[in-house]
Structures are given as structure tokens and as C-alpha cells.
Design a protein around this ligand. Sequence first.
Ligand SMILES: Nc1nc2c(ncn2[C@@H]2O[C@H](COP(=O)(O)OP(=O)(O)OP(=O)(O)O)[C@@H](O)[C@H]2O)c(=O)[nH]1
Ligand SMILES: [Mg+2]
Length: 299
Amino acid sequence: MSKYGVMVMGPAGVGKSTFCASLITHLQLNRRSAFYVNLDPAAEHFEHEPDVDIKELISLEDVMEDDEMRWGPNGGLIYCFEFLMQNLDFLAEKLDSLTEEYLIIFDMPGQIELYTHIPVLPTLIKFLTQPGALDIRLCAAYLLEATFVVDRAKYFAGSLSAMSAMIMLEVPHLNILSKMDLVKDQMRKKDFKRFLVPDTTLLEDDPADTVRKRMGVEVDVHSSDPADKDALMSGATFKRLNAAVANLLENFSMVNYLKLDSTDEESVQAILSYIDDCIQYHEAQEPKELAEEEFEEEE
Ligand SMILES: Nc1nc2c(ncn2[C@@H]2O[C@H](COP(=O)(O)OP(=O)(O)OP(=O)(O)O)[C@@H](O)[C@H]2O)c(=O)[nH]1
Ligand SMILES: [Mg+2]
């Protein structure tokens, strides 16, 4: 018997926990079972109480307050994850008895290094998906903020982080632009469509250049003064770097985006259907029998 899950990931503050909460509310309204696993050892407040919380095992506060370890917040988080890797039974015990009805939702922390170059997540994912053991059919939902599109360099850097996570984690992967409500009024749907697939043509009309021009900021693109921030961020070298990143994304053609507004139920439903498809959730479900009283109501 398989289990089904989604791991909600992405940089700090992109709306991961808010999406988890909207997803759980939506599942409950549709009589589906959610099982909420908080893996952020620093998270304190939840809209839905987690069914499993990493803080029962280890919390960032414990690690930072420990006089011997004296970790700061980021090193402390990595320490917590390494500790979790040594105590994976903690998760196995809680998840083992779940049936295929449940969607297990993992709410992850926002430290970007977790997704890019530290090998703990591949280990965790291997453990969760291993056939014969927990055997969770898992997909990753990688969130990036839709407002990033206003700054091309940010958008491409974010897309590169998404691609890096895809390559490292090797599970079915959905990339999602979150907080769509914040850009809805600023950009026409047709214009936004261009950002759903990153490509090099997006570099041609960078609004940051237009703003600089409008404000009459003269930029010496050949300036080699490291203190000249405008020259650095708009100069030839920075442009070449962005073009190289955009080219890389285009050549791999792995990243494309879905749109999410966590405040809109239809949008959450749309993302859920992609998740269900990715993990083939519906194929495994037994037809549900209606409860007695529902038969009576329909008569
Ligand atoms: N406008 C808008 N704001 C959102 C949306 N989703 C989240 N937010 C806000 O963004 C902020 C961060 O949201 P969280 O859900 O805590 O983000 P997170 O990715 O879990 O953050 P970390 O766990 O700290 O990395 C909060 O103030 C949310 O209210 C959205 O769809 N639209
Ligand atoms: Mg969070």
C-alpha cells in the first residue's frame, strides 16, 4: 500500500506555510484527509496544528540556546536537519500507519542552502520514498514569489535555485509562482504569461533598466569600482552573468511555472490537481461509500 505526499519547499517567506494551510482547508472542505508534517524547527504559529512537528524531536531554539553548540539561526537549522537524519525513526513511527487516503503535507523551512548544496534533503527523500519501507509517492512543490518577475535578475536567480532543487532531489517537481494576488493588478495576464517559462528574451526589456533611464541615472558600464553599486548591478558583467543564467535555464528547459494565489480556493484546487496527477493519487483510491444519512438526504 502506497502513501501519498507533497513536500512544500522554496526560499524564505514565499508563502509555503500559508499554502500548506490553504491546501489543508481545501482538502477538509472536500472530505479528504490531510496529514500535516512541520519540518521547520523554527516555526511557532500554525493555522492548522501539525500532526507531526519536528520540534518534538529538536527545535532551533534548543540548539541556539545550547551553551556548548552556540549555533546561529542558519547553522542551527542545518544542525537540526542533520539530527533528524540520524533519527529518521521519529518520522517513520508517525507516518507508518497512514493509509493511501491521506495526503501527507511536508512544510519545509526557507533556508535556500537546504535545497541547493547540502545533501540532507536527498537523504530524507530517499528515506520517505523507499519502496518496501514508507514508500511515499512524493512530489515537490517549489514556490517562488510572483513579485520576483519585476526584477529580472531576481527572477532568473530564483529560477536557477528551482532548477538546482529539481536536479538534486530527483522527485516529480512542480514549480509555482506564489502570491499571484500581488501582481494581478499590476500586470496583464497576457504579459505575465511570458514568465511562466523562463527564456532569454525576458532580459531584453528589464524594467530595472527603464527605471534607471527614467530617473536619469547615468551608468558607466565599464566602471570597475566595486563600490559603484549601480554600475555593478547594471554593468556589462552583470548583464553577461544574467544572460548566461537565462541561457542555461533555456537550454535545460526544465523549469516552468504554475500560478498560485493562496487566498483563492480555485487556485489552490488547480494546484492540488497538478499534485494529484504527479503522484497519481486518484488511481489508488477505493470508491467511497456514502454514509447512511447522505442516502437519506438524497431520497
Ligand atoms: N498577498 C499574499 N500574501 C501571502 C500569500 N501567501 C503568503 N503570504 C504572506 O507572506 C508572508 C510569509 O508567508 P509564510 O506562509 O509564512 O511563508 P513561508 O514560505 O512559510 O516562510 P518561511 O517558513 O519563514 O520561509 C506572510 O505574511 C503571509 O501572509 C499570498 O498568496 N498572497
Ligand atoms: Mg513557513
